[in-house]
Design a binder for this molecule. Sequence first.
Ligand SMILES: [Mg+2]
Length: 253
Amino acid sequence: MTSDTKQTEPVTGQTERLRELIAHARVVLWDFDGPICRLFAGHSASGVAAGLVEWLEGRGLHDLLTVDEQETEDPHGVLRAVDRRHPTSDLVAELEERLTQEELRAARSAMPTAFADPLIHTWKAVGSRLAIATNNSPRVVRGYLESRGLLACFDPHIYGRSQDLRLLKPHPHSLNRALTAMGAAPSTALFIGDTPTDCIAAREAGVPFLGYARNERKGKLLKEAGATDVVGSLEPLLAAVRSKGRHSCKPSE
Ligand SMILES: [Mg+2]
């Protein structure tokens, strides 16, 4: 590899590895909540989970959940539990719609992940194709991306939760849909996610995985799930993609 520009930072093992991952990634798949924004930064996920449990209780249905499930801080945990007992029922559809409404509210106070916006624009500008593979509602993702001026970078490749909850990650369904729609082989893609379920879904789909962990606890969980490449910030990734752009594109100005 040659360098045609001034190098202002040392090339570390991580930099090399990121460049390698980027070089092979013609298609970049993104999880939404985590790598792109903190969806529940201002509207807590545990509060939403409790709200769903309360709603079930109000309908005399709290026996559907075990005590542990009633105390979960993960709204998807409530949905999955109900779906296990009443698969693809109207009740599950109603709960899913309630979660979508909560996610729409949460999106108004979502916190953009540092460096995510410029990373998305830059990656698109250097010729990669981008898609979203998320367990959140595609309506929510679309609205958020539009509000940040990012929708055109992904459109129409946004694959999210449907009412068939068996297909949520760790099932690789959303990744497979993206790959099929984009005509991409798994080995030519890269998936960026922040949870063990993302890591498992990538492995199932045969897609290389890059973990994003905003704290040590999340990093540890990703490593335990088998992730070998984990970054604590998107900044070095942005630097690596910019470097790719300098090597592969003529300067535009
Ligand atoms: Mg996530």
